[in-house]
Design a protein around this ligand. Structure first.
Ligand SMILES: [Zn+2]
Length: 262
């Protein structure tokens, strides 16, 4: 066989192989499509933990859980065999399929309220639970809010500190200097306090828009947490869902919601 012929034959064979592989092997699913197929981990969101006052509005009681109810809810989770997980574990599970403990759940606390330290931390510790605390840095050290030292203590004890902006403005409206004021500076501040990187973010009011999500990726955030809206199928890591553990709920209501919302 001449050299020319054998080279031509090789090309033909190679061409056939390439066209066959194109025809028979389906393109791999993209990372986001895989993430969307994984079962969502239940994530609860808390704000104030205190008894209701006559001046509390009907709507605000969704965000204020009475102390006895909070204690009963956390006890129910422990008695039911739930294991709290942290955002690094959730990220590994979503992006790499790393297995989670049985009955995983995440407990998150927004807005820096002091009762999350005095009551939240104490109840979680009883059961060996860990939580995620999304801090708005403007409130640090103000009356009824946590101090820097308390935030550092939570972090040192194995809880995770995330960002909840500087002063709780709507993420959808961020523009220009807002990125520095609401994201960059709070991240730096929380990293200085805890001595650890800040990789997780919670949207004020749970509000987000697809157009602004690249700003979080650009800054190295790994996951961002909303409330119970549908996830963005093109960016599920930046639209992780949570439900409010309402002050109106019994332990039975909470159990039903965990089972039906995720
Ligand atoms: Zn908030």
């Amino acid at each position: 066989m001449s050299k020319f012929l054998s080279v031509t034959l090789l090309f033909c064979l190679f061409g056939t192989l390439v066209s066959q592989s194109k025809a028979t092997i389906a393109p791999p699913q993209s990372g986001n499509a895989v993430i969307m197929t994984r079962k969502q981990v239940p994530i609860l969101c808390y704000h104030q933990i205190r008894d209701w006052r006559p001046t509390d509005s009907k709507v605000s009681k969704d965000y204020i859980i009475p102390i006895a109810a909070f204690k009963a809810h956390i006890k129910m989770l422990a008695d039911s065999g739930y294991h709290t997980i942290l955002p690094d574990q959730l990220n590994d599970y979503l992006t790499k399929g790393t297995p989670l403990p049985s009955k995983p759940i995440m407990l998150t606390f927004d807005d820096t309220d002091l009762d999350q330290f005095t009551i939240g931390r104490t109840e979680l510790k009883k059961y060996g639970f860990k939580g995620v605390f999304f801090i708005m840095t403007v409130s640090l050290g103000r009356p009824h809010y946590m101090s820097k030292e308390q935030v550092k203590q939570l972090s040192d004890e194995g809880n995770v500190i995330g960002s909840h902006t500087w002063d709780h403005h709507n993420f959808k409206k961020f523009t220009g200097k807002d990125w520095e004021i609401q994201l960059d500076k709070p991240t730096k501040k929380l990293e200085d306090i805890t001595g650890k990187p800040v990789k997780y973010f919670a949207y004020p009011f749970g509000l987000w828009n697809a157009q602004n999500l690249p700003q979080l990726h650009k800054r190295g955030f790994k996951l961002a947490f909303q409330l119970a809206e549908k996830r963005d199928e093109n960016d599920p890591l930046m639209t992780v869902r949570r439900i409010l553990d309402s002050g109106y709920w019994t332990v039975k209501n909470l159990n039903n919601s965990i089972n039906h919302s995720f």
